[in-house]
Each structure stands twice: as C-alpha cells, then as structure tokens.
Design a protein around this ligand. Structure first.
Ligand SMILES: [Zn+2]
Length: 501
C-alpha cells in the first residue's frame, strides 16, 4: 500500500515532470498547442515507463480550464484537481487486465454519444488493452471508426503485438522506451531529497540498473529499501543481490592486466559478500559489452578482440554456475582469460619455440590428475555420469550425439550438429565441418572450452579440440590463430550477426 502511495505522490502532474520520454512529450505538446490532438492514441512500451501517467496528463490537458502556455495543465482548476484525486466523471479508466473489458466497452458504446457531463471532453483510458476479448475489440473498433468530437481514446499496452492491426491502424502510436539509468537516477535523487531520505549514490545507481528502465519499480524499491530515512548500498545489494559497480571495474582492470591472483580475490570477495554470482556475471557481461561498443567506435581492434574473448568466456561461465561450487565457474573464467592473453602474447612474440608449443592452455584442458580427484569436489553434479571410457575415434563417434546433446550454448550446439569426429590423436580430437562458419564457431575460445569440458566428462581426460573444414589440411590451433586481425573480424561478424544484441 505504502509503495503505491509514494509512486502516486510523485506521479508527473505536468509535462515537465514526465521522465525520460522526451520524443513523445514534444509531439504531444505540439499537438496540444496547435489544437490537432488525435482522437485515438496508442501508448506502447514496457511496464513502468510512464504510459498511464502520460495518458492522465493528456486527459488533464484536454479538460483544464486554465492551460499554461497552451499545453500544460494548471493543477489548480476543478477538473485538474478531480483528475488528480481520481474523481473526475468524464475521465473513464478501464483496466482490461481485470475483467477483459467486456462490460465497459458495451457501456462505452451506449454512453459515448452523450456529451460530457461537465467538461468539454470525455476521455477514455484503456490500460493493458491487449487483454480485451475479441468481442470487446470489435466493439471498440466500431467506436474508433467514428469517434464523436468530444471523445478521446488513449490505449495503453505492454504487448502491442497482441493487438489486432485494425485497432493499431486507427491510433496514433507512440513507443515508450525504457527510461535511461541517468534519467532514473535523477528522478530518484529528486524524490529522495524531497522525502528527506539520505540516499547513497551507489544505492540509487544500483536500483536504477536493476529495474531495467521502469520508473514505477524504481520508486517502489526506494521506498521498500529505505529504513530510518536512510538508503544504503549494502542494504540494496543484500536484498537485490546486485553488484558493487567498483568491483566490476576492478575485475575488468585486473583481467586486462592479466593479474590472476587479484582477479580471483575479487571473485572470492563477491562470494564472501553473498552476492548473486549469476546476477554478477550478467552485469559484468553487460559492462564488457558497453566497453566493447566503445572500443569498436574508437577502432581499437586489440581491445575489441580482448573484450570479445572475455564476453565469450563469461557467457559460457554463466552456464556452468549450477555445478555445486558456484564460484568455480568464475574462477575458471578468470584463469582462462588470463591464460588466453598469455597465449596471444606468446604468438605475437613470434618466438619459434613458443609458437610451436602445443598450447599453453590453463586448467580446463590440462590432463586430469585422476578422475577421482576431479570428481570429489563436485560429486553431485558428476554422479550421474557413466563410467569413463578410453578415448578412441570409435568411442568418440559412438558418444558424439550425446556429447552434442549436453552442450548448453545454442549456437555451439547448432554448429556441432554439422560436425563429425574425424581423427583422435593422443588427447587431440579433430572434428570436421562442411563450412568454415561452423568450424570457426567451435574454435571461439568460450565455445571450445565448453565442448572440451563436456568431452572431459565422458572420457575423464583433458581433451584438446581442433575443428577443421573437410578436405583441408589439418592445422594446429596455434597456427590457425596466427592472424589476430582476421580472427577479430570474424568474431566481430559473428557477434554482430545477431548473437549478442
Ligand atoms: Zn487545470
């Protein structure tokens, strides 16, 4: 109840206070000023982004007897006051989610011809309009076809794709976007100040990021998480499981500096704090993504390549979180990334000795010391696995469909379905593909590691995977990766081909 009241208290009472939808605000204001207001608006967008607030603002602007500057409601006249307190007789609000709108729309068709009781306009706001029944839609459509001069409709929906085209095409449509973190923070700071809440910036920032662009949820959280007029980051973190932004930055810098020990320490710190590691990975990948877009814009190819690697490794880590020891997946990711940089540098050094070494891959691909030792910390996850089998081409072929079945990353799984085991040489496994697209997909570091880990579960030993295109010479991994530029471009194409965004 209380949450609702704080949100209601800070509902925008004029256009200036409508947060974050500047493009829509401008068009609505111009329509009001010029007197060309549409009789049917459709406000579409995610929850909590201001659709209903904007609808009520329009209702006030259409009835206010003392408009400011030709568009802004005065909030002092009778009509403004009645709308603000929810008692205005010529504003009819229908919540289609609660009763699917049948009675209201029937009622509406009967009453719409009557002039407004007191004001010059009658306004209908239909919330969650996509929930209406087919009959209600048909009735509404007839009304929208020829609305009387005094009638205005504002339809609001979070799921515009569920609306019949016939309805959409009769409305002027506005897409409400998620509100930016910056705009959310500004609004929350304002409210905290007005309410006398001592709010830490980091707490407001964490809430703004958590709500994914919804102001209503953000205000609700500020109210819920404030105790004794104080809003502290620690409290927000404990309840929402969000991460300390400075830890994201620290981890990023340590990874770039290849500081394994410091990076692992951060993982342990997170774990000790009781942070939700899944949420942390989600935030960290988003953080890396934003840095990647910046590095692409500044044409920093080297950094972009490093970021692509990191994103892949952490995305794959998030799929391994449920293995009993949650921090293990993150530790492995950190080691893998620091190791990957070692490898890159050793290639760039072009020292013939180093370049011809099989691979300096770290933990994940090293031969397992003994299957018992590997299993012990992780027995729950492993106990269902069958007995380990010797790795041969035959045994691999026989188990190949099951190996593919256990892959969790959809893109990797899809590519693997196009591959066949070609050769097994000691602990090196060669998989053949018809096209370079699929073989390159496998060799992306996060993908390769995931495949190698699944194979390790089957055969109990560390396995190195090499993907190749059919009828081409076998090439060791290190040589294939010799051209970092090409590698980055391919990866960038893959990423921008639609996987990430
Ligand atoms: Zn007024």
């Amino acid at each position: 109840m209380e949450t609702f009241s704080l949100y209601r208290k800070y509902r925008p009472h004029n256009f200036d206070n409508l947060v974050g939808q500047d493009h829509i605000k401008t068009i609505l204001i111009n329509a009001l000023k010029s007197g060309h207001v549409s009789h049917a608006y459709l406000f579409a967008g995610p929850r909590g982004t201001g659709k209903t607030s904007a609808a009520r603002l329009m209702a006030k602007a259409l009835t206010c007897t003392n408009l400011q500057e030709g568009f802004d409601p005065c909030n002092e006249c009778d009509f403004c006051n009645e709308i603000n307190s929810g008692q205005f007789i010529d504003l009819i609000e229908v919540d289609a989610a609660s009763n699917r709108g049948i009675d209201e729309v029937r009622d509406l068709r009967e009453k719409i011809r009557f002039a407004p009781t007191r004001a010059k306009s009658k306004i209908y706001i239909i919330d969650e309009v996509h929930m209406m029944t087919k009959e209600a839609f048909n009735a509404l459509l007839k009304t929208l076809e020829e609305p009387p001069d005094h009638a205005y409709f504002i339809l609001a929906t979070t799921e515009v794709h569920k609306l019949p085209d016939t309805i959409v095409s009769r409305c002027q449509r506005f897409n409400f976007t998620r509100i930016s973190n910056k705009a959310l923070m500004t609004r929350l700071s304002y409210i905290a100040q007005k309410e006398g809440i001592a709010a830490e910036d980091s707490a407001l920032e964490a809430i703004s990021k958590y709500v994914d662009g919804g102001l209503r949820d953000a205000i609700g959280l500020v109210q819920q998480l404030t105790t004794d007029k104080k809003l502290k980051f620690n409290q927000v973190r404990d309840i929402l499981g969000v991460s300390d932004f400075s830890l994201l930055e620290k981890l990023y810098e340590h990874l770039l500096g290849r500081n394994v020990a410091e990076s692992i320490e951060i993982i342990h710190e997170l774990h000790a704090q009781g942070s939700d590691l899944r949420q942390f990975i989600h935030e960290f990948v988003d953080f890396l993504r934003r840095n990647m877009l910046k590095s692409v814009a500044s044409e920093d190819r080297e950094l972009t390549g490093q970021l692509l690697d990191m994103i892949e490794v952490f995305q794959s880590a998030s799929q391994k979180l449920d293995n009993g020891i949650p921090q293990l997946a993150l530790e492995m990711a950190v080691i893998e990334i620091c190791g990957a940089f070692d490898k890159k540098i050793s290639i760039e050094d072009a020292s013939p000795d180093k370049a011809s070494l099989p691979s300096t891959e770290s933990a994940p691909t090293q031969p397992a010391p003994s299957s018992k030792q590997v299993q012990s910390p992780n027995e729950k996850a492993e106990e269902k696995l069958e007995e380990k089998i010797d790795l041969t081409l035959e045994s691999l072929k026989e188990r190949w469909p099951r190996v593919v079945e256990r892959i969790k990353t959809p893109a990797l799984k899809m590519s693997l379905k196009n591959g066949v085991p070609l050769n097994v040489d000691n602990q090196q496994v060669y998989i053949a593909f018809d096209t370079a697209f699929h073989s390159e997909k496998i060799m992306e570091s996060g993908h390769r590691i995931e495949l190698e880990n699944v194979m390790k579960d089957f055969f109990g030993i560390g396995i190195k995977v090499v993907a190749k295109v059919k009828d081409l010479d076998l090439k060791p991994v290190v040589e294939e990766r010799k051209d970092p530029d090409k590698d980055d471009v391919d990866k960038a194409l893959n990423i921008f081909g639609g996987e990430l965004v």
